[in-house]
Design a protein around this ligand. Structure first.
Ligand code: PMP
Length: 440
């Protein structure tokens, strides 16, 4: 157009249109595209904020689903990555000093980790955890829990956020998965000790692994009851199955040693990712040396493990810089205090406006459900969440320059870069956004 500026001229709109023409759905990962928010084109992220192609600024509580615990573009992490790039990209043979240092650091920090392997994503880590569990046990079945997400591969691509009528059955998140694979995954309710004991009584000799998010953050936040995690530990030990804690979210974010260091319950294998490298593509699988040693680095070993980009120097440098800063600075103190301030502020606003809510989370993770009946114990409880309020409130928050992903049951994150003023801004924006939602 030549004369005058129209909405169509906005750079974000133009990029988004180009994206939709060549990228299916216009984005490169599920749930990056939000209904009603089709023209979100991001050009910059720094500290607690990101900016879009139209120059709009957002206080970011989405945090890319969790990696940037230190905040976006942390100067120490950025410098370490730049420095790594001056020395080497990738040789794909042998090992680098950084990989050794990172493996030693992970083994030192995470109680279950005696040996560890790096991947590029969390999905690869959980994939390999289940593969090696099957290799070690010679068994077929895997147990997961409704509401837990462990990545995109077939054995775990079921029963994450299920509609009420799909809870209790198999609910794949994709077509194209072999029915035999779905058959080999048993799905149980979280925090249900009886279901765990019953399943092991029936199928114990066939269960290779139990995989669990110790805190299921892929549905916001369900806090684990201690006797539940203990039952997982006891039953897997008794029946010779492998217990996998998927600490891709909880690891490093909730404590340097993960939820296993908080609960005192040590799994056989741990999968990690996200906050290890503050936004660079990383995953890791670690655990008992006898299990980890089954992975092949030579032909003929029982379990095969590979990945062209595993232990990439830039990623390893990002991880070492991130972990060094997490150990040196009061990061957890800061994000836990801000998390508490936000949870208290939000609960006060919802109460003041007469909106039934449960504001929960742990440390730096927070989520506001709109429901009565107290803190949810399991996925069934989350079916009471008022989805239109949950999504509508967050959609309107964005209009106030504060970003929480407007999709049902998504958690939000505080980083070391967020300030008390940012927290208070969220609380004030919430007051306005909830009033707008109620009025709509
Ligand atoms: N496990 C958990 C608990 C996760 O939250 C995720 C990602 N959201 C994954 C595994 C998969 O990680 P990635 O997306 O890096 O493959």
């Amino acid at each position: 157009t030549s004369a005058g500026s129209t909405v169509e001229d906005a750079p974000a709109t133009r990029f988004a249109r180009r994206a939709r023409a060549v990228i299916p759905g216009g984005v490169n990962s599920g749930q990056r595209s939000v209904p009603g928010l089709t023209d979100l084109v991001i050009t910059r992220a720094d500290g607690a904020r990101f900016w879009d192609a139209d120059g709009r600024e957002f206080v970011d509580y989405h945090a890319a689903f969790g990696p940037p615990l230190l905040g976006h573009n942390d100067p120490e992490v950025a410098a370490a990555v730049a420095e790594a790039g001056r020395h080497a990209d990738l040789c794909g043979v042998g090992v680098t000093p950084g990989e050794v240092e990172l493996a030693e650091t992970l083994a030192e920090l995470v109680p279950s980790v005696e040996k560890v392997l790096l991947t590029s994503t969390g999905s690869e880590a959980t994939f390999h955890a289940l593969r090696v569990a099957r290799a070690a046990t010679g068994r077929r079945l895997v147990v997961k829990f409704q509401g837990c997400y462990h990545g995109w591969h077939d054995s775990v691509s079921l029963n994450v956020i299920s509609a009420a009528d799909r809870v209790g059955g198999k609910d794949p998140i994709s077509t194209g998965i072999l029915p035999e694979v779905l058959d080999a995954t048993l799905v149980l309710p979280f925090n249900d000790v009886t279901a765990v004991r019953r399943t092991f009584a029936e199928h114990g000799a066939d269960i290779a692994a139990v995989i669990v998010e110790p805190v299921p953050h892929n549905v916001g936040c369900l806090l684990p009851e201690q006797d539940f995690l203990q039952a997982l530990r006891d039953e897997t030990t008794r029946h010779g199955a492998v217990l996998v804690f998927d600490e891709v979210i909880t690891g490093f974010r909730h404590a340097l040693g993960g939820w296993q260091s908080i609960s005192g319950i040590t799994p056989d294998l741990t999968t990690m990712g996200k906050a290890i490298a503050n936004g660079y593509p990383v995953g890791a699988i670690g655990g008992r040396a006898d299990l980890m040693d089954l992975f092949s680095t030579r032909p003929g070993a029982p379990a095969f493990f590979a990945g062209t980009y595993n232990g990439h120097p830039a990623v390893v440098a990002a991880a070492l810089a991130t972990l060094a800063k997490l150990r040196r600075e009061p990061v957890h103190e800061h994000v836990f205090a801000l998390g508490d301030r936000i949870r208290a502020g939000l609960a006060e606003v919802f109460a003041e406006l007469g909106v039934p809510s449960v504001v929960t989370g742990y440390g730096s993770v927070f989520v506001s459900y709109f429901m009565t009946g107290g803190v949810p114990r399991g996925y069934d409880d989350l079916l009471r969440n008022d989805v239109s309020m949950f999504v509508g409130y967050r959609r309107r928050l964005i209009g106030h320059g504060v970003f929480e992903l407007p999709l049902n049951l998504k958690r939000s994150h505080v980083s070391y870069a967020h300030t008390e003023a940012d927290a208070d801004r969220l609380v004030e924006a919430t007051r306005a956004a909830v009033k707008e939602t109620l009025a709509s």
